[in-house]
Design a protein around this ligand. Structure first.
Ligand code: 5AD
Ligand code: SF4
Length: 485
């Protein structure tokens, strides 16, 4: 018997027509797919394996857990490599190299499918929301079985069923989101921490960014649904949640009864048994004083804030449509540091945005030196077709961009090594995440400020929060020792 949410999939009558309403409709298709997996597995005399590979951000990782949950209910065992019976790539398109990676992998999947003709290949995620991509897949990769997008992730079982009953590639892309379907299974990667979507989409339209086009308009989930999900996760052993949205600071603005993100954070903080709260990502333009106070006062809110800068030049920021200046960013960063001195500030920076001059780049370096980020993700500007920046004049020469990128990286790394050592010698709570794969007898965990710590221990610590003395600073991680042992 395969149960989920008190539903026994094997007792669903699949000889009837599928129900119209969700999630009952998907439960029906899960039951149908189960029959296929069972029969196929009897024929082959072995279980069937599926693998979901995630490209991109935490949003995609969260979607992948939902997809893997459905595949598990369908009867697939979790495979570890692409030599599986079903391979699903959850793709990203924020920069072109993410797209190129997927195309590269598809060549490899074709070779695997030649060896195992029953293999099913499915693609979903942000990249699939681009019409040119679909055209290229139809033309160059006809062996792909199933393609869907970001708005119909919950349809996996139904689409898979269609593919099993039809010949040829099944493509189903929705231009915009319809309902948010809840109550579908998920297979969580970690038993002790989980992402929780609080909103979908983005309304900011930064000039370089493709996200608003592939993830659609901003939609906030209702607070009671979010709180219920977190409570359920906690009951299931979760100690840390990461609240997810493209711009969490605008959470709740479009709800029937508007609320703020700071209010939500306080509500989540009251859930008993929950130990840590993280969130991603914050847009500087609407990070409120109320949020700084909620972070400062909320003992469970982790001492980490990811605050994408993108550029230090007010001129470039304006062209990027970021709606803050260099000075406003600096003022915000120092206000946060003043309120929460232990906070780790991290950021995203783009180099080589159209029209960026050496002076603009110097402004970025200046902010990096003034804010002294704990770490920074640095990106080379990637032209995304359909975005306003793609059509702008003054695209910067590749050699210049590369040279600026190297200079920025050097600066960021130097500062990061100094800043990250600030807690050396202190004892800090660490959530142990895994047994260390490189050093026998060691485990690895994260500080509240998100830095990694490796220290002696065994698998029994995984999922626990333990006090660890930080004995050696290694740049972007620490070595330590459990206090009192
Ligand atoms: N080119 C380079 N980097 C980009 N990002 C978003 N769009 C682009 C692009 N076209 C970066 C931003 C964002 C992060 C998730 O990816 O820095 O914060
Ligand atoms: Fe892209 Fe800007 Fe939205 Fe972030 S806030 S997803 S960078 S458009």
């Amino acid at each position: 018997m395969q149960m989920f949410n008190n539903v026994d999939f094997d007792s669903i009558d699949i000889t009837q027509e599928p129900p119209e309403e969700e999630p009952a409709r998907q439960y029906y298709f899960i039951a149908k797919c189960r029959k296929y997996v069972k029969e196929q597995s009897e024929r082959l005399g072995r279980p069937l394996f599926s693998v979901v590979r995630t490209f991109g951000c935490q949003m995609n990782a969260k979607d992948s857990e939902k997809l893997a949950g459905v595949l598990k209910q369908i009867g697939f065992c979790e495979g570890t490599c692409e030599e599986a019976d079903l391979v699903l790539y959850n793709t990203c398109t924020v920069r072109d190299n993410a797209n190129q990676k997927v195309y590269g992998h598809l060549g490899y999947l074709q070779a695997l499918k030649k060896k195992n003709p029953h293999m099913l290949i499915a693609l979903c995620g942000c990249m699939m929301q681009e019409p040119e991509v679909i055209g290229r897949i139809r033309k160059t990769y006809p062996f792909v079985d199933l393609v869907f997008g970001t708005h119909n992730v919950f349809l996996l079982a139904e689409l898979l069923c269609r593919r099993l009953n039809e010949k040829g590639m099944v493509v189903d892309i929705w231009e915009a989101a319809r309902d948010i379907v809840e109550e579908l299974p998920a297979r969580r990667k970690y038993p002790f921490k989980s992402g929780v979507n609080i909103m979908y989409g983005c309304n900011n339209f930064c000039s370089y960014c493709i996200v608003p086009y592939v993830r659609g308009r901003e939609r906030s989930r209702k607070p009671d649904e979010i709180l219920r999900e977190v409570q359920k996760l906690v009951a299931d052993g979760v100690k840390e949640v990461m609240l997810l949205g493209q711009n969490v600071n605008s959470y709740g603005k479009t709800l029937d009864k508007p609320v703020t993100f700071a209010w939500l954070l306080r509500q989540v903080g009251q859930i008993e048994g929950l130990e840590r709260i993280r969130f991603m990502t914050s847009h500087p333009k609407d990070l409120s004083q109320e949020l700084i106070e909620a972070m400062r006062d909320g003992g469970k809110v982790c001492r980490h804030l990811h605050l994408p800068l993108q550029s230090g030049s007010s001129r470039i920021l304006e062209s990027m449509n970021r709606r803050y200046t260099k000075e406003q960013y600096l003022e915000l960063a120092s206000r946060i540091r003043e309120a929460i001195p232990q906070i780790s500030l991290t950021t995203d920076i783009i180099v080589g945005y159209p029209g960026e001059t050496e002076e603009d780049f110097q402004e970025t370096l200046d902010v990096v030196r003034k804010v002294r980020f704990d770490s920074a993700f640095t990106f080379i500007y990637s032209k995304r077709s359909g975005t306003p920046a793609a059509a702008m004049e003054g695209q910067v020469l590749e050699s210049i961009v590369k040279e600026r990128f190297d200079r920025l990286l050097k600066e960021v790394q130097q500062i990061s090594a100094q800043v990250c050592a600030r807690d050396l010698g202190t004892v800090q709570p660490v959530l142990v995440e895994s047994v260390n794969g490189h050093q026998d007898g060691y485990v690895s965990g994260r500080l509240s400020n998100n830095l990694l710590v490796h220290f002696p221990g065994d698998g029994s610590y995984v999922g626990q929060i333990v006090p660890v003395r930080l004995t050696q600073a290694k740049g972007f991680y620490y070595m330590g020792k459990i206090e009192g042992e």
